[in-house]
Design a protein around this ligand. Structure first.
Ligand code: PXL
Length: 266
């Protein structure tokens, strides 16, 4: 029987991010994927592809987590977009009622199209309620800045310092995603677990960020942990998966492209 992984995440209808990306990544890595949906995002093609956001009723989120965890043995869960303090309360309460071995938190702070100020209460709820439940956290450069309290992250050394601080503050394994954002030939992420600081490198592909890359990294880590990998092994495989998924990206009628995990072979 396949190992089961649960994604608690939002739907991004066009298939480029969120729960859709998580399921594809889980499947490509040979895990049985399940989802508890937290919100529904519909890009608006009439308004510069901005996000239209609808939260799922908190009780319905809790019901989905109840159903998946009652039917399956699940010890590994990924948390993606939550989007509101009410949703964070509901998910945190459901997580506290159960004991998961691995809780991979992708700390989606703000999405494109959201005003940073408008999301402040959500960011605070995420820090206060979700981080203490996480065993692995996968911030991008912006999220690493916010979570570490550093003023700015402009170099690989800054990113390593941020990873250390996040670990010291929150006790989690940290996979900080520099991706294509830091200067240099390579897209570099860093793994830090309090003992080992490991650079995860691959040559940069193109100039533009690709939608769903962050979700893919966290989902691949989740799938590998569900199969019994160590956090470092999981992060190393995730780097390979995201690199493949960016090479294999899918275009359409929007000015951005999205990752595609199809065809990845471990
Ligand atoms: O990539 C972050 C993200 C996560 N989850 C959902 C999203 C997005 C960005 O668009 O829509 C549902």
């Amino acid at each position: 029987m396949a190992h089961v992984a649960l994604s608690i995440a939002g739907s991004e209808a066009t298939g480029g991010a969120g729960a859709q990306t998580d399921l594809k990544t889980f499947h490509q890595l040979g895990t049985f994927g399940t989802v508890a949906l937290t919100c529904i995002v519909s890009f608006d093609p009439k308004n510069d592809w901005n996000h239209r956001f609808v939260p799922v009723d908190p009780q319905v989120i809790r019901d989905q987590i109840e159903a998946t965890t009652a039917l399956h043995d699940i010890d590994t869960v990924k948390i993606g977009m939550l989007g509101s303090p009410t949703t964070i309360d509901a998910v945190a309460a459901s997580l506290r009622e159960r004991s998961f071995t691995n809780v991979v938190l992708d700390p989606v702070l703000i999405c494109k199209g959201q005003e940073p100020g408008a999301a402040l209460d959500t960011d605070n709820a995420l820090k206060e309620q979700m981080l203490p439940l996480a065993t692995v956290v996968t911030p991008n450069v912006f999220e690493s800045t916010v979570l570490s309290g550093l003023e700015k992250i402009e170099t690989l050394e800054d990113l390593k310092e941020a990873a250390k601080r996040i670990h010291e503050l929150h006790g989690t394994v940290v996979v900080a995603k520099g991706g294509a954002e830091l200067p240099g030939e390579d897209a570099v992420d860093v793994f830090y677990d309090g003992e080992q600081m490991v650079e995860l490198r691959s040559p940069k592909i193109g100039e533009h960020r690709v939608s769903g890359a962050g979700c893919t990294v966290a989902a691949a880590i989740t799938a590998e942990l569900a199969k019994g990998a160590t956090p470092l092994e999981a992060a190393q495989t995730a780097k390979k998966v995201v690199t493949h998924s960016i090479e294999n990206r899918q275009g359409g009628h929007a000015p951005f492209e999205a990752v595609y995990q199809g065809g990845f072979q471990a």
